[in-house]
Design a protein around this ligand. Structure first.
Ligand code: SF4
Ligand code: ZN
Ligand code: ZN
Length: 305
């Protein structure tokens, strides 16, 4: 059996079945970074002089994303800035330190945005008060709102997040099976912004989760290990397992599925005037909203009751 790297004589440390490649450590790192470069180019994610705000949660995906984008930012002449939100979860705050360390190690400017300092409440307070929504659902809304508003107010024209191929294909399968076409349309490499909605990009969208894990291990990144106390298990886990089983039998199925969805299915169901006219302006904060008052401002009002 061939155990040498495809590109050099060093012993291989990994076999990528979907690409039929055995690679040594050095060439594996290059392979992952090139995959991100190609994704950025294929989907025209970043232009010269873009100001990219990177959302970092302390998990492996966002830390790998931050480091790769920082390393290639000179090549493509864009600037990167790290952003993490301190949600104020008592039993889960190590991720903030980890994110800060990662920003310092990568040598990039960053901001730690404290929900409590800026708005007077923590996620723990929200969970205590709001019983009608699951913590992750409110938390997701808070993070999206803050990230977008911060980017808009500070002149960033792109927000980068660390979704990987496994996350996205699992969600695509789930939405397809539930007939949720509106949800499906959002699972694309670039979610174009308009008005005060900043464009979102997903540079790791064609990178397998296992490759991100291995890349992070090789680089020795410190990533958050403990789980948030409100984590109840991603609903996509089951769909990830199904796709993994298919991938094992038929390597590269995930990437083929992903590209088929985004290049064939989504264009077929896209009319071009998605949400046209449905976005209003929140009368409290002035940010885009589907209702008179946006979800975040409604939450703030509730927290004051
Ligand atoms: Fe927020 Fe849920 Fe993630 Fe905890 S697990 S940080 S509540 S999204
Ligand atoms: Zn090699
Ligand atoms: Zn608002």
């Amino acid at each position: 059996m061939r155990t040498k790297c495809f590109y050099c004589n060093r012993p291989s440390i990994v076999y990528l079945r979907y690409a039929n490649l055995r690679l040594c450590e050095k060439h594996f790192v290059k392979f992952v970074e090139d995959r991100v470069r190609k994704t950025i180019e294929r989907y025209k994610m970043i232009k010269e002089n873009d100001r990219v705000l990177i959302a970092v949660s302390g998990g492996k995906d966002s830390i790998v994303l931050l480091n790769i984008l920082k390393n290639i930012s000179n090549e493509y002449s864009f600037s990167v800035y790290g952003f993490t939100i301190d949600l104020g979860i008592k039993r889960y705050n190590k991720y903030v330190e980890i994110a800060e360390k990662c920003f310092r190690d990568a040598g990039i400017k960053y901001i730690v945005y404290s929900l409590e300092k800026e708005h007077g409440f923590t996620l723990d307070d929200v969970v205590e008060k709001v019983k009608t929504r699951k913590p992750c659902s409110v938390c997701g809304m808070i993070k999206r709102y803050i990230l977008n508003k911060y980017a808009y107010e500070h002149g960033f024209n792109k927000i980068a997040t660390g979704h990987n191929l496994d996350d996205i294909t699992a969600l695509q399968l789930l939405h397809l099976l539930r007939g949720n076409l509106e949800g499906l349309k959002k699972l694309v490499p670039v979610l174009e912004g308009r008005g005060k909605l900043i464009t979102r990009i997903r540079p790791l969208i064609e990178v397998y989760e296992k490759d991100i894990e291995l890349y992070s291990k090789i680089k020795g990144f410190d990533v958050v290990k403990e789980k948030c106390p409100y984590y109840i298990g991603a609903k996509t886990l089951f769909y990830k397992d199904i796709l993994e089983t298919i991938e094992r039998k038929s390597p590269s199925s995930k990437i083929v599925f992903f590209r088929t969805v985004i290049s064939k299915i989504i264009p077929m169901i896209t009319t071009g005037n998605e949400e046209a006219g449905s976005l209003k302006t929140c009368r409290i904060c002035g940010m885009p909203s589907s209702r008179d008052v946006c979800s975040f401002c409604r939450l703030k009002l509730k927290m004051k009751e």
